[in-house]
Design a protein around this ligand. Structure first.
Ligand code: NAP
Length: 316
């Protein structure tokens, strides 16, 4: 019997070349030490299930595996062409220098075995000395972030056809306003943390007004991966999930979908990967929304540096 695949709705990225469409839900690929499944196997399984959008980054060290999975999916005939997929990667802070950006993207493309990306993002509004990936970032290695020069090189990447769209990640409204003051290509996407425990109402309104799509990362607040979790262990959400006959993860993802957002959830587990896709044919009620508004708000991802930077989020 043929496997049942889910079709994920799409949104158009306004400033992309050829009005590229992005599936609202993508698979995250940030590494987790505890994961027993390889990225290659996970991406291949995800393609079988209907995922078409993959969120990678140079810093995750997964581009080779994502590329191998795509090559195998093509070989197996799971997809007819690479164009059926939406592949994102991100520029690491060590390459956040105007002259290093085109070479960094070319390196990502070689590692992924792809001719173009669908979306290339500035991972963080931070620049460090060039070099290898270190995480967390040492504050002593931070240098000035030349936002204008960097964005101009990102625009060059899109003009050269190396990517269909460009965007940013972890940008506050203040930083976005600065970027928009000189951008000739509006960022297509701002990828930021959004989940039921960090709902980001103001940033979402701002981006909507500017035609910038938000992609929510950590939509489950890292799911079950870290101790007590403001959403996955939340009694209000447990009640909602039981009433709908769904899981808390599905309530979280359905809420993001109903907000008109795109999102990248990570599961390398076959069952949970499938569960996360089953959110497009039911709805939350008005009463659910009242309960959701009571959830305590607190940012999960405070920053990538050690120690944390005081001005990273501009107090938003
Ligand atoms: P997440 O998607 O909120 O949570 C992932 C965790 O949840 C995994 O441990 C996963 O475990 C578990 N999980 C997934 N589905 C589940 C379900 N239905 N029920 C129970 N547990 C479930 O967190 P994330 O990985 O932090 O964020 C997702 C992606 O966003 C990343 O992989 C990355 O691509 C991107 N991201 C970007 C940035 C940025 O700075 N731009 C920052 C963070 C993340 P199993 O695999 O065992 O299911």
């Amino acid at each position: 019997m043929a496997a049942i695949t889910t079709t994920v709705p799409q949104v158009v990225l306004q400033s992309s070349t050829g009005q590229r469409r992005m599936p609202v839900m993508g698979l995250g690929t940030a590494p987790e030490a505890a994961s027993k499944v390889s990225t290659k196997d996970a991406v291949l399984e995800a393609i079988k299930q209907g995922y078409r959008h993959f969120d990678a980054a140079a810093a995750y060290g997964v581009e080779k595996s994502v590329g191998e999975a795509i090559a195998e999916a093509l070989q197996l005939g799971l997809i007819a062409s690479r164009d059926e997929l939406f592949v994102t990667s991100k520029l690491w802070v060590t390459d956040n220098h105007p002259h290093l950006i085109v070479p960094a993207l070319q390196k990502s493309l070689r590692t992924l075995q792809l001719e173009y990306l669908d979306l290339f993002l500035i991972h963080w509004p931070i620049t460090t000395q060039p070099g290898g990936v270190k995480y967390p970032i040492e504050v002593s290695e931070i240098v000035e972030f030349d936002m204008k020069g960097v964005w101009s090189s990102m625009e060059e990447c899109q003009r050269l056809g190396l990517t269909k769209a460009i965007g940013i990640s972890n940008f506050s409204i203040k930083k976005l306003e600065k970027l928009l003051s000189f951008a000739t290509i509006t960022p297509a996407v701002n990828q930021v943390e959004v989940n039921l425990g960090w709902q980001q109402v103001k940033l979402r309104e701002f981006c909507k007004e500017k035609g910038i799509v938000i992609t929510a990362f950590s939509p489950l607040r890292k799911g079950a991966s870290r101790g007590e979790n403001l959403v996955m262990d939340n009694d209000i959400l447990k009640e909602l999930a039981d009433a709908h006959g769904k899981t808390i993860a599905q309530i979280c993802l359905r809420w993001l979908y109903e907000q008109g957002l795109t999102f990248v959830a990570k599961s390398y587990d076959k069952e949970r990967m499938n569960q996360n896709l089953q959110i497009f044919d039911w709805s939350l009620t008005e009463d659910d929304y009242k309960k959701i508004s009571e959830i305590h708000q607190d940012r999960l991802i405070k920053g990538p540096t050690k120690p944390l930077l005081n001005d990273l989020w501009d107090e938003e």
